[in-house]
Write a new protein. Structure first.
Length: 276
């Protein structure tokens, strides 16, 4: 039985890109006679706004979707801490004091600054995964995307990613939390946007290190605005809640998204047939 999920963060209202992602996950589960889960990813520190969780539920219902809700991330902190301790005991984590400003110009690939020069005791640190050591332990790994086929896992391309953040209010990074959550929820097909394709290399490594089940993935096309940029909360993309409150027909909107009839100014990053 196929199990998919939609896992929004309550740090801003949902937009059409979220609607499309939820519909893809929902429809794939329904087509397989499976389950579609809703999980609220609410460990983004002060940016998380609890009231948005209900707005998300209202938006999904307006689109005509049905779901099972699973525990939010904020109820799983102990789970993340145990996993991080396991990786630390394996000698695979190291402390990092670097700020975003320190890493300007690195193009997202950590240069290993604190690996070579460890922070002094008492310094506020994040904890990074030593990917080279992790791969030496696991050996070669593969994963399967429903659209792109079998992939050789290349977590080294992302560098030594952060797994435990400095901020105590945001204890686990996306990489660690989502990998553990999908395993705990029994997700068999991880559906998400194509912009997260590369992150899957890291998640496949974590699954092997922590002895977690390995799902398949489905990285769907993205919705782009009139400038050709991915829709995003931080750029103020129009919200589903505003459309809903204005009286727009949510069922009609959902069907339009399914059939590639994008609202004005919205395009797809790849042909619609590649998401089915």
């Amino acid at each position: 039985m196929e199990v998919t999920r939609f896992a929004p963060s309550p740090n801003g209202s949902l937009h059409l890109g979220h609607a499309f992602s939820a519909i893809v996950a929902h429809d794939l589960a329904v087509a397989a006679g499976g389950r579609f889960l809703l999980r609220i990813e609410d460990i983004d520190g002060a940016r998380s706004r609890p009231e948005l969780a209900q707005e998300f539920r209202d938006d999904l219902a307006w689109l005509g979707l049905s779901w099972e809700e699973v525990p939010a991330q904020s109820s799983r902190i102990d789970h993340y801490e145990v996993a991080a301790a396991t990786l630390a005991a394996m000698g695979l984590l190291y402390p990092c004091k670097c700020t975003r400003a320190d890493l300007a110009g690195t193009q997202g690939i950590y240069p290993g600054t604190c690996k070579a020069d460890p922070p002094l005791p008492g310094t506020a640190v994040a904890w990074r995964l030593d990917v080279a050591q992790a791969l030496a332990r696991t050996g070669p790994l593969n994963w399967i995307d429903a659209l792109a086929g079998e992939q050789a896992a290349r977590p080294d391309l992302a560098g030594d990613v952060v797994l435990v953040r400095k901020d105590a209010d945001t204890p686990a990074s996306y990489h660690l939390a989502v990998t553990l959550d999908d395993a705990a929820d029994g997700v068999t097909l991880v559906t998400r946007g194509a912009d997260l394709f590369e992150a899957t290399h890291v998640h496949r490594l974590l699954q092997d290190l922590l002895g977690l089940p390995v799902p398949r993935w489905h990285h769907h096309t993205l919705l782009l605005d009139d400038s050709g940029t991915k829709l995003a909360k931080r750029r103020g993309s129009p919200s589903l809640a505003d459309r809903r409150r204005a009286g727009e027909d949510g069922l009609a909107l959902a069907q339009a998204l399914r059939t590639g009839q994008m609202p004005g100014g919205i395009t797809l990053s790849a042909p619609l047939h590649s998401v089915a």
